[in-house]
Design a protein around this ligand. Structure first.
Ligand SMILES: Cc1cc2nc3c(=O)[nH]c(=O)nc-3n(C[C@H](O)[C@H](O)[C@H](O)COP(=O)(O)OP(=O)(O)OC[C@H]3O[C@@H](n4cnc5c(N)ncnc54)[C@H](O)[C@@H]3O)c2cc1C
Length: 550
């Protein structure tokens, strides 16, 4: 539908050096680094704050404790990654921890400090699951908010950065789609949510910083924007996507009818929080010797199993053995949110359930955040850099955003002089579509997709469940493709179109993996396959035709 014939080509008026899709930690960090010498536009689907970054509670991992070491952080990350992390990428990322925290402090982020025995001020460090040392830099329990607000403030003041809210990227434009022989990303079609207008925007380099895809599941800790748009955009443009079966379920999301997607930070377990059954009995000793500090996948599966065994709606997380003062100081946001729902966490346990939290897989990138298409980069949760492997260790993701923003910055600055100017872009063609009179189809399909992904492609999988999910997906795909071809695009339709691609990529990756490893657990192959070296699940659009709309 979108690309009109060559006679309709127009010169784009909206020309930048770099277009960045996403205003989270990854996108804004890169924008601020580039803006010293380049003209940058940062697009955000809704408000600038509306991304996972703003909601991150725990913090950012970095080796700062005097007994800690880079080697230990690398080892912990590799263990969590279940044999699939790329050791070179892990080393690169971990060794840039300290400088990344320093850079954030220079942008005005105020992290929680403590005074040591000698009266010196230093950063207070939390400990979280999988980490051998206290290594989580944080701003109380609202680290993401502090990072997000500081970066937004800096970006708003920068004359070289244009911040465009309510701008929803529909599709990438590449030179091959325009009939050129050499492939290069050169722009995108963008829907202005408020006016409904669609414009083409061009740049010498394009960066996907669109976050994860966790809204593909019924229950998620993520904000509404996490619909995997960047993964679907890159896939449609011809990029490889990898390891989508590794979706991380956070073990402890608040269970309450009036709380939507509120996370109970892992730091509560780091400070001695115990998981309990409704009768007050602990159960983690039946699953892992690390108890509540076992990696998230093990804790999530343990909770899932207890809930199914006992037919209960939730389990409980108890931190009430700590003093009220300690709890209010270290977990003010969680304390207030729970108190507002009549749960006093200083006195009683918190009801919790697992929920989809983090997308380990994504657009396949190299150590400079480059994708398969020249001129197209992917940074942050949208990317699969090789850092997380089969499982992300807590608080390594904001670090990854910062490190790969820096790596993309380095590559763009070194090469911008030789990047060609984008060609004139065609306008969006709406001549064959009309307004829909059946919006209910979108709402219904959204719900159906997220429900069967939860039931069949969730924490515990099987061949039969994956086959069932794929069968249902095919029907949805056809309906959505037909709808997309006939009606004017809306934000909801674009998200659904992307989610259906992401769902198929998850199912296909899960079907490729005939073993259980890291976050992927299947009843049919409950153990890792140690007969061969662990393999990434890499899908290429050249090999697979996913849907009629590709
Ligand atoms: C509740 C919660 C707690 C977390 N806690 C931690 C933690 O303590 N430590 C840690 O390391 N990680 C944590 N994480 C994970 C971490 O927050 C994310 O991985 C990280 O913030 C992702 O940053 P990002 O910049 O890649 O994407 P995001 O911050 O999600 O931003 C994505 C951006 O892309 C934009 N976008 C998306 N699609 C489009 C489109 N089609 N067009 C235009 N713009 C688009 C959005 O509007 C948004 O601006 C947490 C996540 C959640 C949800």
């Amino acid at each position: 539908m979108p690309i009109s014939n060559s006679s309709q080509h127009t010169c784009p008026s909206l020309n930048y050096d770099v277009l960045i899709f996403g205003s989270g930690c990854a996108g804004l960090s890169l924008a601020l680094k580039l803006a010293g010498s380049l003209r940058v536009a940062v697009l955000s689907k809704f408000a600038l704050t509306e991304g996972s970054t703003f909601y991150a509670q725990g913090g950012i991992s970095a080796v700062l404790h005097e007994q800690d070491s880079i080697a230990s952080h690398i080892e912990d990350t590799l263990i969590a990654g279940g044999g699939l992390s790329n050791p070179d990428i892990v080393r690169l990322t971990v060794s840039m921890g300290k400088q990344s925290i320093q850079w954030l402090r220079e942008q005005g982020v105020k992290f929680t400090e403590e005074t040591d025995d000698k009266g010196n001020k230093q950063l207070h460090l939390h400990r979280e699951g999988g980490h051998s040392f206290r290594r989580i830099v944080h701003t109380a329990d609202a680290t993401g908010k502090a990072v997000s607000l500081s970066l937004i403030e800096k970006a708003q003041l920068h004359p070289n950065i244009e911040l465009l809210e309510n701008h929803n990227v529909i599709d990438l434009i590449t030179t091959s789609k325009l009939g050129h022989s050499e492939e290069r990303a050169c722009g995108a079609y963008v829907l202005e949510n408020l006016s409904g207008k669609i414009k083409s925007m061009a740049a010498k380099a394009i960066v996907l910083a669109t976050g994860g895809a966790n809204k593909v599941y019924l229950y998620s800790t993520n904000p509404h924007i996490s619909t995997g748009d960047g993964i679907a955009l890159a896939w449609r443009a011809g990029c490889r996507v990898a390891n989508m079966e590794f979706m991380q379920f956070h073990p402890t999301c608040l269970y309450h009818p009036h709380a939507r997607s509120f996370l109970i930070s892992e730091a509560i377990r780091g400070e001695g929080g115990r998981l309990l059954l409704p009768n007050g009995k602990p159960f983690m000793q039946n699953y892992d010797s690390r108890l509540e500090l076992a990696p998230r996948d093990i804790v999530a599966r343990a909770i899932d199993s207890e809930m199914k065994t006992h037919g209960i709606d939730c389990v409980y997380l108890d931190i009430s053995h700590k003093s009220g003062r300690f709890i209010r100081r270290h977990f003010p946001t969680i304390y207030k949110q729970c108190k507002a729902l009549d749960i006093d966490i200083t006195k009683r346990p918190i009801p919790v359930v697992p929920a989809a939290h983090y997308t380990c897989g994504g657009v396949y990138t190299d150590d400079y955040a480059r994708t398969d298409i020249p001129g197209l980069y992917a940074i942050g949760e949208v990317a699969c850099t090789g850092l997380h492997g089969a499982n992300r260790m807590a608080s390594n993701s904001l670090l990854e955003c910062l490190v790969f923003a820096e790596r993309a910055h380095q590559h763009i600055m070194q090469n911008i002089g030789v990047f060609p100017d984008p060609p004139p872009l065609p306008e969006w063609d709406e001549s064959k579509v009309c307004h829909s009179d059946e919006e209910v189809v979108i709402a219904h399909n959204w719900d159906e997709l997220r429900r069967f992904m939860w039931d069949y492609v969730g924490i515990v999988r099987s061949d039969k469940r994956l086959k069932r999910a794929m069968h249902r997906l095919q029907l949805l795909k056809e309906e959505i493709a037909e709808y997309y071809g006939s009606y004017r695009v809306t934000s909801d339709l674009l998200e659904l179109r992307n989610l259906v691609i992401v769902a198929e990529l998850i199912i296909r990756c899960a079907q490729l993996r005939k073993e259980s490893r890291g976050l992927h657990f299947t009843k049919d192959y409950p153990e890792p396959d140690d007969s061969q070296a662990p393999q990434n699940s890499i899908l290429s659009p050249a090999d697979i035709k996913l849907s009629p709309q590709d």
